[in-house]
Design a protein. Structure first.
Length: 94
């Protein structure tokens, strides 16, 4: 039976790559480092991180960015506000 790769935390990824945790968070936001949100926690597969490094971490991100919890709430509020504005404009035009 093949052993399944375990999920690791930010500290483990930082140690694996030999960088600070802040760099890992920045790379998630700016460069598309593959991360998976499990509740409020970020988890990684080291094989995905290694593949990301080997394929050029500078390139276009193929995976969506993991958003910060508060950031998504703000974006949702902004989207809802735009929807309300558009509905109001449509109602005035009719």
């Amino acid at each position: 039976m093949a052993t399944e790769e375990r999920w690791v935390c930010v500290e483990d990824v930082a140690a694996h790559l030999g960088v600070a945790k802040d760099s890992v968070y920045r790379w998630i936001d700016e460069r598309g480092l593959p991360a998976h949100r499990v509740g409020r926690l970020l988890r990684f597969k080291l094989s995905e991180v290694d593949e990301w490094v080997h394929h050029g971490s500078q390139g276009d991100a193929k995976r969506p960015k993991v958003r910060k919890r508060n950031e998504s709430k703000v974006e949702r509020k902004q989207l809802n506000q735009k929807i309300r504005i558009n509905k109001t404009k449509k109602a005035k035009n009719e």
